[in-house]
Each structure stands twice: as C-alpha cells, then as structure tokens.
Design a binder for this molecule. Structure first.
Ligand SMILES: Nc1ncnc2c1ncn2[C@@H]1O[C@H](COP(=O)(O)OP(=O)(O)OP(=O)(O)O)[C@@H](O)[C@H]1O
Ligand SMILES: [Mg+2]
Length: 287
C-alpha cells in the first residue's frame, strides 16, 4: 500500500546550529491491512517519517508511493486516504468535543447528515458519547487521545497514522487504546504507528521497523527480530553492570550459563523485543 524509497529529510541549520539529517535514506513497504510499527529512541526521526508520509512536510529526497502512484501526482487524493493522530494534542481548546469533530468533518467536505452520523458513531466507538457538549479542556489525557483517534477517522481513511498514541498514559488507558487499534485493524484499516514502548509494538504490530539516528537498522516481525539476535538470552552481573549474550539454541545458552556459575544472579530466558531494540539502537533512553 505504501512504498517509501530512500526517504531523506535534512533540516538546515543557521550560524549557530549545524545541518541535521533527521531521516537518512530510509526505504520500506507497508502492506494493506497490516499494523506496522516504527520504533526508535527519542529523536530517531519517527515523527519526521510520519510527517513526510502524510504530506505535512516534503522529503529532501526520495519517493513515496501509495498503491503504486507517486504522492506528487495527486496529493489531494492521497490525503483523502489517510487519517493522522498527531503526537501533540492539537484541538481547538475553546470548542466542545462535538464542535471539534464537526470542524474536522467540514474540513473534509462531509455533508451535514454524514457529519452528524459519523460523529455519533465515532464518539460511541471511542466511548466519549457523553462528553459531546463538554469543552475539550475538561477531558483527561486518555480521553483526549481517544478523541484524537475519533477525529482522525471522520472521513473513513484507509490508513491511519498514529504518532505515539499512548505516550504518558497509564497502563489501563493504554490497553483501551490498543483495543481500539485492534478493532480498527480487524475492520480492514491499515495502521502505521510509532512508539518507543516495546510492549506496544510487540502486542500490536505484525512488522516493526527500527529507526536509530535517522537510519533504518532493522525491519521484520517482532519474532524474527528476536530470533535474528538469538532466541535465547543469558544475562548476568558483569564488571560493567548487567551483561547480555544471545544464543540460537537453549542448550548452548545453558552451557554458557553453567560456565558463569560462580558469578551469581544469572538468568536464562527467551530473547524479547526489548533486547533486540537495545542491541540495534545501543540506547536505553525512551524505554
Ligand atoms: N523542524 C525541525 N527543525 C530542525 N530539526 C528538527 C525539526 N524537526 C525535527 N528535528 C530534529 O530531527 C530529529 C528527529 O526528530 P523527530 O521528531 O522526527 O524524532 P522522533 O523519533 O519523533 O522523536 P520523539 O520520540 O522524541 O518524538 C531530532 O534530532 C529533531 O531535533
Ligand atoms: Mg516523535
């Protein structure tokens, strides 16, 4: 459905700041109907990728295709296919929940009847029907996130982009949002999400791309990312803190662990996506 080829974004500095390549020759495909995750530490370039894919900013170089057609050919048509849940909440804070939805419906040129029907349906879907007349300021963080999702769906996009959909939310609210995303995916919407929560990617995404300092360092299923590293992990307290070693087979890992026996606190366990993420990005921040 989406094909990105050698996508690059440079931000040019001035006298005080250097030029910055935020996204560096990144290529990938997103298949119709999949939940695709873009994972990376803070500043890796995730939002910049979404902004290019959703035509909010122009790539410095590289190409983007939707269903085989370059986005430059008919940007308006491409925009009508996609919905965006931004990283920053950007409602009109002086308006009510219903009015914010209404405004978005008008931006998409929906008729009054369609707007009314969809606003009802979508507020029901995200369980915010009772708040329709409330000022958006009064919503909690989790409610605002859900409203962002409802708003992004008003024109029934075929693909929904979610930039850190659960950042700063408590675990229960996070799970409710995951449920919404699963229901959308189950209904056939293609999902492209960014996150730095490993368990979010593991639980929702069929495939995960890992971005580090603007470069794509891996793209695979969560399971393969772990297996490529070695399906079994031995971790122990080494001289420089916690140390990790990865093995393709449990028996090999067990042999290695036995040799370490004198060092105490050794753990033998299946490799998880967090191990793969740390190995690939070499960074722990954002976890
Ligand atoms: N408009 C801009 N002008 C200059 N630099 C920018 C601009 N937008 C982003 N950057 C830089 O590009 C890099 C990537 O930023 P981006 O917001 O895409 O990262 P991110 O992966 O979304 O990070 P986070 O997890 O913090 O949201 C960062 O170093 C950032 O400072
Ligand atoms: Mg971001």
């Amino acid at each position: 459905m989406i094909r990105a080829e050698s996508l690059t974004k440079k931000f040019y500095g001035d006298k005080k700041t250097a030029d910055k390549t935020a996204v560096d020759a990144v290529s990938f495909r997103v298949k119709t109907g999949e939940v695709f995750g873009l994972l990376g530490p803070n500043g890796a370039g995730k939002t910049t990728v979404i902004r290019m894919l959703t035509l909010q900013t122009r790539a410095t170089s590289g190409q983007i295709y939707y269903d085989g057609e370059n986005i430059a050919v008919n940007p308006r048509l491409v925009k009508s296919l996609l919905g965006v849940v931004p990283q920053q909440v950007n409602f009109d804070m002086d308006l009510t929940v219903g009015e914010n939805m209404e405004l978005h419906g008008r931006l998409h040129h929906l008729s009054a009847d369609t707007r009314k029907k969809r606003i009802d349906e979508l507020l029901d879907f995200v369980e915010l029907k009772d708040t329709v007349g409330q000022n958006v300021r009064r919503l909690s963080g989790g409610m605002k996130r859900r409203l962002l999702i409802a708003r992004a769906l008003i024109h029934r996009p075929r693909i929904l982009f979610l930039d850190e959909p659960t950042v700063a939310l408590d675990p229960q609210v996070r799970r409710r949002i995951w449920e919404l995303i699963r229901r959308l995916a189950g209904g056939g919407t293609t999902i492209f999400l960014t996150t730095h929560y490993i368990e979010e990617a593991e639980s929702l995404c069929q495939r995960v791309a890992v971005l580090n300092r603007g470069r794509l360092v891996a793209l695979d299923t969560p399971k393969n990312l772990c297996q490529n590293l070695g399906a079994w992990t031995v971790e122990w307290n080494g001289v420089a803190g916690r140390e990790y070693r990865f093995f393709p087979a449990k028996a090999q890992a067990a042999d290695f662990a036995k040799e370490l026996a004198s060092e105490g606190s050794i753990e033998l366990r299946p490799t998880n996506l967090e191990d793969a993420f740390i190995e690939l990005t070499g960074r722990r921040e954002g976890l």
